[in-house]
Design a protein around this ligand. Sequence first.
Ligand SMILES: NC(=O)c1ccc[n+]([C@@H]2O[C@H](COP(=O)([O-])OP(=O)(O)OC[C@H]3O[C@@H](n4cnc5c(N)ncnc54)[C@H](O)[C@@H]3O)[C@@H](O)[C@H]2O)c1
Length: 302
Amino acid sequence: MIDDLSTGSLDNIRHLMGRKGFHYAIETITNETVMDRLVSECDVIFHLAAAVGVELIIKRPVHVIENNIIGTEYVLRIANRYRKKVLVASTSEIYGKNNRVPFKEDDDRVLGATTKSRWSYSCSKAIDEFLALAYWHEKKLPVVNFRLFNTIGPRQTGRYGMVVPRFVRQALTGAPLTVYGDGMQSRCFSAVRDVVEAIIALSENAGAVGDVFNIGSSQEISILELARRVVALTGSSSEIEFIPYNEAYEKGFEDMRRRVPDTTKIRELVGWTPHTPLEDILREIIEEIDKEVKCTLPACAL
Ligand SMILES: NC(=O)c1ccc[n+]([C@@H]2O[C@H](COP(=O)([O-])OP(=O)(O)OC[C@H]3O[C@@H](n4cnc5c(N)ncnc54)[C@H](O)[C@@H]3O)[C@@H](O)[C@H]2O)c1
């Protein structure tokens, strides 16, 4: 594993440290010397390193664009040197403002103007996908692009605006749950462990090579309903507060109203469907953040 800890945390892999066969490097994927050695030693590359999160995209657009495009260039170039299979993480943001859900992998992308920086993340990931497919077409490097829809689970950070850890923390500390816009925008959340099964299944199937796959749940929920559910599950007395998009992000911010994946393609190829219900994932996340919140109370330090 290689991670520069720009948004990641060592705490997330502490339970793996010392386990036989688990090695990690704290480095950027653009360190060619380190990457050359790691790639030469591995069987397959799961390329997930990226700058992620709408808040980060708005605040640090240069970093997001450069990191996502240049990082993927390095990964693919070095993978090609050793002819190693690469699975490249992409995103539902690829579909942009297209409102014809569910999204199929070959659907058109509908994007806003370049003056709206949030679309730069979608474009950086699209370039990653194009480049991976180009390596397949031109050099026959085995690649697979997979597009994640909202993926959640314990240990996800809320620092960069990710909605579920943010709501849970707000509910557990009695702060208002901040819903951006009217809350009627909807998302489909899936458990990270289900998603990992899907990615591994794709890596093991020769039929996935040179192709693109959606990975996500079709259980749609509005963000307002999500906030209500978090309040109910935590037993919190927090209020729900609406924040206009231009206050939460930037003036003229454009959101995607709905994001629902069509997962027929991955189901037909590898038999994958998500199976963890949203309530179960939320309970797990609540339990984990609850421990953390209690640990920040003065009594915990005694
Ligand atoms: N979680 C989701 O809902 C979701 C949705 C769509 C796409 N994705 C994609 O999945 C991948 C993983 O996202 P995540 O949600 O786990 O976010 P994350 O921030 O937890 O993971 C990204 C990791 O990449 C690391 N990183 C960033 N730039 C790096 C670099 N140059 N060198 C080394 N490490 C670097 C970060 O430190 C972080 O640990 C990303 O490619 C993201 O675009 C995630």
